[in-house]
Design a binder for this molecule. Structure first.
Ligand SMILES: [Zn+2]
Length: 408
C-alpha cells in the first residue's frame, strides 16, 4: 500500500487511532431498486498524524460521488434551525451586517441558515455542491451556486458578487478532502476587514466521550484548535475568538480574521489550556482510544443479544450517518434491530447502507410499539424523547449506546 500523508503538514500517516473495519459510505442509503445489488465496503481506519496530531481518514470516494444525491437536509431538525436562527441574530449584531453587506455560506444545504439573513435584508450567496439540495434553496428564493468551494471557485465568486464580509463555514471543514485549497478559498473571497466563522465538532469530545460514530468516510478530518490553527495560519488567517457549542455532541465556532487584524480573545487562551489538560497535545492520549471504542461495541451487542433472548423487540430512531458507522462497526443487522424511523422523507422507504435495516416514517414506531427504541442521533436525544413521548405509554424505553450504554 502506498503511504498516506497528513492533510495539514504532509508528514506520513503511520499511527492508527482506531480501526472500525470495513464500512460503506454512510450517506449511500439503499433504494428499493438497488436492494438486490451489492455494496462497496471501504476500510474505515482513522489515523492521527505523529507530527501535528490532526486526526484524519484516507479518502476513497471522489467528492462528486459523495454529493451526487446527498440525502441530508438541514431543515428537518428543529433544534438545528433554532441554532441557525440564533447564530444569524448574533452575527448580524456583532458584525453590524446590513443591506450593503455580503454573507457567503459554504455548504449552504437547503438554505436552512441563509433564510434568516434574507429575512433581515442581508444579501447572501449560498455555495452548495449537491444539486438536488441546492435546488430546494433556490426554490425558496435563496441565491445559491452549485459548485465545490476552493481557491479557484472562490476567485470566481469574488469577481461576480464582490468580497464577503462574512463567510460561514459550518460543519464543512470535516468534509473537505483538499484542506489547503479550501482555506485558500476563504482567504481569496474574504474582504480585508471581513470575518470567517467556522463550526466543527471538537475532537476533544470524540476522544473524551468516545463519539467514534461521528467518524465516517465523508468526514476526512477531526479537529482540535491545536491541529487546525497552523492550517489557517498558512493562508493568512488568525483565530480571534471561539465559542463552545453543544451541537453535534460538542462543537467549536471559531471566528477568524486576516492575520494582524485583532488579537485572540481570552476564550482562545482558555481553550488552548483545556486541550493541553485533556492531553490532546500528546500522542499517548490518542493511543489509549481504541480500547474504549471496543467496550462500547461489546456493551451494545450484549444488550441486543439479551433483549433478543428475552423476546423483546428493538427498533431505532433516526437514520443519521453516525448511526451507520455504529451499526456497521458492531455488525448489527435487521435480525437484532428490526427497523428505524426518520422524519426525512428522502430516507423513508430506503435501507441503511451496509446493514440493510429498513427506514420508515416515525408513525411506524407508534404502530409497532417496540420494547426498546435505540436513539441513533444521540446529539438530539432530548428533542427525540420529547417528540416520541408516546413510546412511554406502552412501557417502551429509550436506549443510547454512546458515550456508554444507557436505558431510560
Ligand atoms: Zn500533520
Amino acid at each position: 500500500m502506498s503511504p498516506l500523508f497528513c492533510r495539514s503538514c504532509d508528514a506520513p500517516l503511520e499511527t492508527v487511532l482506531v480501526d472500525l473495519g470495513l464500512s460503506p459510505l454512510s450517506n449511500s442509503y439503499v433504494t428499493p431498486e438497488l436492494a438486490k445489488e451489492g455494496e462497496m465496503f471501504l476500510p474505515l481506519r482513522v489515523y492521527v498524524c505523529d507530527a501535528c496530531l490532526l486526526v484524519q481518514l484516507q479518502a476513497f470516494e471522489t467528492r462528486e460521488h459523495i454529493f451526487l444525491n446527498y440525502a441530508y437536509l438541514s431543515s428537518f431538525s428543529e433544534s438545528w434551525l433554532a441554532h441557525a436562527a440564533a447564530y444569524v441574530e448574533a452575527a448580524t449584531q456583532r458584525l453590524g451586517l446590513g443591506a450593503g453587506s455580503l454573507v457567503v455560506e459554504v455548504a449552504s444545504n437547503d438554505g436552512y441558515l441563509l433564510q434568516y439573513f434574507v429575512a433581515r435584508g442581508v444579501p447572501v450567496v449560498g455555495v452548495e455542491p449537491a444539486a438536488n439540495v441546492a435546488a430546494i434553496a433556490i426554490e425558496r428564493g435563496i441565491r445559491s451556486e452549485i459548485l465545490f468551494f476552493g481557491e479557484g471557485t472562490a476567485r470566481e465568486l469574488r469577481a461576480r458578487f464582490g468580497a464577503a464580509d462574512l463567510i460561514v463555514a459550518n460543519n464543512v471543514l470535516a468534509h473537505v478532502p483538499d484542506l489547503h485549497d479550501f482555506v485558500a478559498g476563504l482567504t481569496a473571497l474574504l474582504a480585508d476587514d471581513g470575518w470567517v466563522s467556522a463550526e466543527f465538532p471538537h475532537v476533544l469530545h470524540l476522544i473524551e466521550e468516545t463519539q467514534f460514530d461521528t467518524i465516517y468516510h465523508e468526514h476526512f478530518c477531526y479537529y482540535s484548535l491545536h491541529a487546525i490553527e497552523p492550517v489557517f495560519a498558512r493562508h493568512g488567517l488568525a483565530v480571534v475568538d471561539v465559542e463552545r457549542l453543544s451541537t453535534h455532541g460538542g462543537s467549536l465556532r471559531l471566528w477568524l480574521r486576516r492575520a494582524g487584524r485583532g488579537s485572540p480573545s481570552a476564550a482562545v487562551a482558555t481553550l488552548r489550556q483545556e486541550e493541553r489538560r485533556a492531553g490532546l497535545l500528546e500522542r499517548k492520549t490518542y493511543l489509549a482510544y481504541a480500547p474504549k471504542v471496543h467496550a462500547v461495541k461489546r456493551d451494545l451487542l450484549e444488550f441486543l443479544i439479551q433483549a433478543a433472548r428475552e423476546g423483546k423487540r428493538v427498533a431505532a430512531y433516526g437514520a443519521p450517518a453516525k448511526g451507520n458507522t455504529l451499526l456497521n462497526y458492531c455488525g448489527i443487522r435487521a435480525d437484532m434491530l428490526a427497523f428505524t424511523v426518520d422524519r426525512n422523507p428522502l430516507k423513508q422507504g430506503s435501507l441503511l447502507p451496509g446493514t440493510r435495516i429498513p427506514v420508515f416514517a416515525p408513525e411506524r414506531l407508534l404502530a409497532e410499539r417496540p420494547d426498546y427504541v435505540l436513539i441513533l442521533p444521540w446529539n438530539i436525544k432530548d428533542e427525540i424523547v420529547a417528540q416520541m413521548h408516546d413510546v412511554r405509554t406502552w412501557g417502551g424505553r429509550f436506549v443510547i449506546a454512546i458515550p456508554q450504554l444507557s436505558v431510560e
